[in-house]
Design a protein around this ligand. Structure first.
Ligand code: FPP
Length: 248
């Protein structure tokens, strides 16, 4: 039996965010270079995106490359960038066919021309899709994003666009890269690491976390279904008491 059958389709998470971790360890475990692990990590990306689209999940954010990842050895960074371009090339028709809209968050100024062009081309190509929104976090870190938002806010205060006393959560959210996207309901991290690693710090304030020891290249559709079933068994209180939640 598939765990797919245990999913309550009326209680699906609207937004799932994933930290895809463990490619390097997977490669070492199988006697390969780290880059081979990243190459192997493309297939689970395809499977998870396909499964999410098929279930009717609204938003799926994948942490594909962090600001801190720029500090990895040059050849690994180049290989990851090359993999992005290749994957976008290979998957663009699939995205269209599955009615998936691609968007991205991150510091794109740091991406090389080739990656940036491919990324924006695919974003434009899929902009009319009305199914799953796939969000690639690329050259992204939450502290970078929040710092940028603060900078914009100060600029807007100085320009008289907003009064200093009118600063509120909504005004901060308006200046985050994720504005308009509902906060993740569920955050999945693979490979047994129990960290957030500078990912969506603001947006994950009330998300449910799901950690699994499975290394990313081994993560499959069943694992996604399992995470969703687990999520559906949680009671989300958003700071309230259990009694208040049950009364609803
Ligand atoms: C973390 O594993 C993974 C990454 C930094 C890159 C994720 C990239 C992919 C899955 C490739 C394809 C992505 C797309 C969107 C097409 P790690 O290298 O930190 O593993 P380790 O912790 O075992 O060293």
């Amino acid at each position: 039996m598939s765990l797919r059958d245990k999913i309550n389709m009326s209680k699906l998470p609207v937004h799932i965010a994933v930290i895809m971790d463990g490619n390097g360890r997977w490669a070492a475990l199988h006697g390969h270079e780290r880059v081979f692990g990243h190459q192997k990590g493309v297939e689970p990306v395809r499977n998870v995106v396909e499964a999410a689209a098929e279930l009717g999940i609204g938003y799926l954010t994948l942490y594909a490359f962090s600001t801190e990842n720029w500090g990895r050895p040059d050849d690994e960074v180049s290989a990851l960038m090359e993999l992005m371009v290749q994957s976008l090339n290979n998957e663009k028709d699939n995205l269209l066919k599955n009615n998936i809209r691609l968007i991205a968050i991150g510091d794109f100024a740091r991406l090389n021309e080739n990656v940036r062009t491919k990324l924006f081309d695919t974003i434009n190509l899929t902009s009319g899709s009305t199914g799953l929104t796939l969000i690639l976090a690329l050259s992204y870190s939450s502290k970078w994003e929040i710092t940028e938002a603060v900078r914009k806010l100060v600029r807007d205060v100085n320009a008289g666009v907003i009064d200093r006393e009118a600063i509120c959560e909504e005004e901060i959210e308006k200046r985050l890269t994720t504005y308009g996207i509902p906060d993740p309901d569920l955050m999945i991290r693979t490979s047994g690491e129990l960290r957030i690693s500078n990912f969506l710090l603001w947006q994950l304030a009330y998300s449910e976390f799901y950690f699994t020891d499975i290394l990313w290249p081994d993560f499959g559709k069943e694992d996604l279904y399992g995470a969703i079933v687990d999520f559906q068994n949680r009671v989300r209180r958003f700071g309230k008491t259990s009694e208040q939640i049950l009364e609803k």
